[in-house]
Design a protein around this ligand. Structure first.
Ligand SMILES: [Zn+2]
Ligand SMILES: [Zn+2]
Length: 389
């Protein structure tokens, strides 16, 4: 306790103490004084044994008595902040972190209040998620009205992250399986399924996977939410099995076929493009609509596999251009759209036999692509090596 220092002078009279202090502030040597007055203290702490300074204007908030401070030490630099404390409870005045029992207790109480508040907020969130689930599940999907696109998207999501017990669709971010080639395409698939009420937020979805405002889920993180398929509980397992292992008998409408094939092919080209750009250290965030529309055009005339050839060559040229001509990376990336388009047009005009590339070993085929080409179109690898159509 703080008072121990003062006891070190208990063998001295009031006069002796005053004299000692005077000599101390007159710069006499500490060691000499300690010896002469027979004080049991380390030399650097001598000033702490002096009578404490009382601050009548500062009362301890807990004990309501004036707070104290030690006499200044000779060696203390002027910027050293004087420590003011309560002799009763050890509370320190104006410190950022006081460790006295009262302050500790106050901090604990505050923490408990915060925890309770958090718990209340979380309980409210759980309640809202659950009631949203109950509301939305009232109208489950009619499996007979599903289009091929609906089935494709549902099946791909189920195969990617359906839980072992078939109950939940786990967050996409928690699985190693690849729903679709790019993040954007994954988000589009999940948004589509949400907008059509095909999947619901599962009551056990992570509380921070949904954003709640005014007691309503207003937004969500598509990769992090847990979903439930919105189908009737009658024959649940059988329906799930049918959706997992699609067996499509009806012919796919040719317009829808081209739409789905195009979106998968474009997404595969973008995935390959991003991978090659990363290899050459070119930033992918400059890729925008111009490149996408160049790829769309090229995919009208050449297969995904052949487009990989154009992409690889174009990225290599952009990287060389950047290194040789001392231009910015942004400028280099800006040449990619034109490069792809030029390759495509030249190959077309000169009737080239464009060599197709294989899939990159590090980027295996996505689940949506497998289901579409193997189960729906039943053309397997030709989906990759032939032109859309
Ligand atoms: Zn106190
Ligand atoms: Zn305190």
């Amino acid at each position: 306790m703080q008072s121990n220092y003062q006891e070190k002078l208990s063998h001295l009279t009031q006069e002796q103490i005053e004299e000692l202090m005077k000599r101390y502030y007159n710069n006499e040597k500490n060691d000499l004084l300690i010896e002469e007055y027979n004080i049991d203290i380390r030399s650097s702490l001598l000033s702490k044994t002096f009578p404490l300074k009382e601050h009548d204007d500062i009362l301890c908030p807990f004990c309501n008595i004036p707070m104290l401070s030690y006499r200044e030490s000779k060696s203390t630099s002027s910027w050293h902040k004087e420590e003011i404390f309560c002799q009763e409870c050890s509370h320190k005045h104006n410190t950022s972190f006081c460790n006295c029992l009262n302050c500790k207790k106050n901090r604990q109480i505050l923490q408990e209040i915060q925890l309770q508040e958090e718990q209340l907020i979380n309980n409210k969130k759980i309640e809202i998620i659950l009631s949203t689930f109950i509301d939305e599940s009232e109208e489950s999907i009619d499996l007979d009205t599903l289009t091929i696109q609906d089935k494709l998207y549902i099946s791909a999501l189920l195969r990617t992250s359906l839980s072992e017990d078939l109950e939940y669709i786990n967050p996409i971010s928690s699985t190693n399986l690849k729903l679709a080639p790019t993040q954007k395409y994954k988000t589009n698939i999940i948004s589509y399924l949400r907008e059509n009420n095909f999947v619901l937020f599962s009551p056990n979805t992570a509380l921070d996977s949904v954003i709640i405002e005014d007691d309503e889920i207003v937004s969500y993180y598509p990769m992090d939410a847990t979903f439930k398929l919105n189908i009737d509980l009658d024959n649940y397992e059988e329906h799930i099995q049918n959706l997992l292992h699609l067996d499509i008998i009806e012919d796919i409408d040719s317009e829808l076929k081209i739409q789905l094939w195009s979106e998968i092919a474009l997404s595969e080209c973008l995935e390959f493009l991003y991978a090659k750009m990363e290899e050459y250290n070119l930033p992918i965030d400059y890729i925008g609509d111009k490149t996408i529309s160049a790829l769309k055009e090229s995919l009208k005339h050449f297969s995904t596999s052949q487009n990989f050839n154009f992409i690889w060559r174009t990225v290599k040229n952009a990287a060389a251009f950047y290194q040789k001509d001392n231009i910015s990376k942004k400028h280099a990336v800006n040449t990619i759209a034109g490069g792809i388009l030029r390759s495509c047009e030249k190959a077309k005009a000169e009737n080239w036999e464009v060599k197709g590339y294989g899939r990159d070993y590090n980027y295996p085929q996505s689940i949506i692509s497998e289901i579409f080409f193997d189960n729906i179109l039943e053309i397997g690898d030709k989906g990759f090596t032939s032109v859309i159509g």
